[in-house]
Design a protein around this ligand. Structure first.
Ligand code: FAD
Length: 508
């Protein structure tokens, strides 16, 4: 009897050992399901790109001689949930064993573990052969510590995997070049050309819509701009290394109305669906530095995101789930303003960042963290709602990476496990790092009055409200000293302004 092997939509790695040699005794199954389209409201491009990439993967497996059973979203026999579909497939093929790769989402991990336990045929979970670390490696490294410093983890990873290392010392004499990576972008050098392929998937989009799947954002179905297989992802990686990586470090934290991706790689979709392995991406960046093609600060800054942050947040996720999804240390409970779904707000930074997210299913890190997340935290939005928004809107949003970034790093809802202080700012930072404030309806300098930038009053009010929790944080000494120096009536005016802003978030 054949073995049934399940391939999830974010497990599109053709180099997995499962595919080393075709076998008649193995049937690979890929299933498009409502269970996956409906657990949160997704951006149209995300659903389309994942299904299109799954179809491409199935096609390539078949060409390589593998047996594949593909269940499309509109297939009449599709039961739309994982257990029901697997039950039917096991019976249809008379399968004698069931195997799956380790899922990255808690939701699927629990569902499949439960399913496997109930099966009467042998079931086995294998490694997905993608990450540097195991699920529990970060937790083991941080054992007994109250705070999980990313930098500590990152250095351990550099040593363990011998990346940018001379003996046991960091090349260039420094672990971290973060301080060199904080330049605004003056408009030159020009933003590199968009390195992504384009595909017409109008027909598939019609199928998805006809099946009744709900979504939001621009589908760009006739011109879908994401890599859909490994070859395309590799071509995009090549283009990034030559065109954008040299300046990645410089402008990593920049924001601009004149460029929506700046010098970022746009590789998160290819990485998170496992078309690319983090090791090869890191190796390419390191090799480019060794060959003298990119500065060390650029290579290190980029590598830190992948070998550091990406593996680290995964460790946080597995250590803290399932409670992490409910974390709300600051007790925030406001619903998202309606303009999160339209981009229609007078705050230019948010109109640009939300607007481009709806258009491209993408925002770069600083837009996610210091514009949208910053506002959400200052305004006191419900972190679980914020989490569902992030999980839906971005092309690369899979819960294992999205949740710690949103709930931990961006909303401080875990009380500071991941971030040493809340990532918030007033208008001054936004103005320093980009051009969003130019031509904005609001006045970046004013703290009160109807034209004052909402970030200002909300910022001071946030620290005022959170004094008990944050007042002793040594990284916030400056902020609290400034607050202490404020006259009583200045502070009162800020409080009143902030309270009024929070009452009318929808109309800001
Ligand atoms: P680049 O800037 O080119 O970085 C290269 C790679 O490094 C990325 O592709 C990504 O794999 C990795 N990386 C960078 N920063 C992080 C980080 N903080 N955590 C994990 N990996 C990182 N990333 C996701 O992949 N999925 C998400 O759902 C997601 N949600 C986020 C939500 C919030 C609130 C914040 C603040 C960040 C989130 N990130 C998420 C992290 C980061 O913003 C994206 O990985 C990045 O913007 C993807 O674009 P890029 O490929 O052009 O990245």
């Amino acid at each position: 009897a054949p073995t049934l092997r399940l391939i999830l939509g974010d497990q599109l790695n053709p180099l997995h050992s499962w595919f080393a040699a075709p076998s008649d005794d193995v049937i690979h199954v890929l299933i498009e399901m409502r269970q996956e389209t409906d657990y949160v409201l997704h951006h149209a491009q995300k659903i389309l790109a994942i299904f299109a990439a799954m179809r491409a993967f199935a096609g390539q497996l078949r060409e390589a001689g593998h047996r594949v059973h593909y269940v499309a979203i509109d297939n009449p026999s599709n039961r739309q949930t994982l257990p029901a579909n697997l039950d039917a497939l096991i019976v249809a093929h008379g399968a004698g064993a069931f195997e799956y790769q380790q899922p990255d989402e808690w939701r699927l991990d629990a569902q499949l573990a439960d399913y496997a336990r109930g099966l009467s045929i042998p079931a086995r979970m294998v490694d997905s052969e993608h990450f540097y670390t195991t699920r529990s490696e970060a937790a083991e490294l941080f054992e007994g510590r109250k705070q999980w410093l990313m930098e500590h983890f990152y250095r351990a990873m550099r040593r363990r995997h011998q990346v940018l290392l001379e003996g046991d010392k960091p090349v260039g004499g420094q672990w971290n070049f973060d301080h060199d990576n904080r330049k605004p972008w003056p408009g030159t050098p020009a933003e590199p050309r968009d390195p992504r392929p384009r595909h017409d998937h109008s027909a598939l989009w019609q199928t998805i819509e006809a099946a009744g799947v709900a979504s939001f954002g621009n589908p760009q179905a006739g011109n879908l701009p994401w890599p859909l297989d490994r070859a395309e992802a590799l071509a995009q990686l090549d283009a990034f290394i030559t065109d954008a990586l040299p300046r990645f470090g410089d402008f990593q934290d920049a924001m601009s109305t004149r460029g929506w991706r700046l010098f970022h790689s746009l590789l998160s979709f290819a990485l998170n669906t496992k078309m690319l392995s983090p090791r090869e991406v890191v190796a390419r960046a390191e090799a480019a530095w060794q060959a003298g093609q990119v500065p060390l600060a650029a290579a290190e800054g980029f590598i830190r995101q992948i070998l550091g942050w990406r593996e680290y947040v995964r460790g946080v996720y597995w250590a803290r789930m399932p409670a992490y999804a409910e974390a709300n240390a600051l007790g925030h409970d406001r619903p998202l303003p309606a303009w999160f779904w339209t981009g229609k707000t007078k705050m230019r930074c948010l109109a640009e960042s939300v607007g481009q997210s709806l258009e491209h299913a993408y925002a770069h890190h600083i837009q996610r963290l210091m514009v949208i997340g910053n506002f959400a935290l200052l305004a006191g939005l419900d972190p679980a709602e914020v989490h569902r928004w992030y999980l839906g809107i971005y092309i690369d949003a899979f819960e294992w990476v999205e949740l710690p970034n949103t709930v931990g790093m961006s909303q401080f809802a875990d009380g500071g496990l991941l971030a040493t202080k809340p990532y918030v700012s007033s208008a001054a930072y936004l103005d320093r790092m980009g051009d969003y404030c130019k031509g904005c309806h609001y006045d970046k300098k004013a703290r009160s009055g109807s034209h004052a930038c909402p970030f200002n009053a909300l910022y001071w009010d946030f620290f005022d409200r959170q004094r008990e929790r944050l007042g002793n944080n040594h990284r916030l000494g400056m902020v609290y000293r400034q607050l202490d120096k404020m006259e009583g009536n200045t502070l009162d005016a800020l409080r009143t302004q902030a309270a009024s802003l929070r009452e009318r978030l929808d109309s800001l």
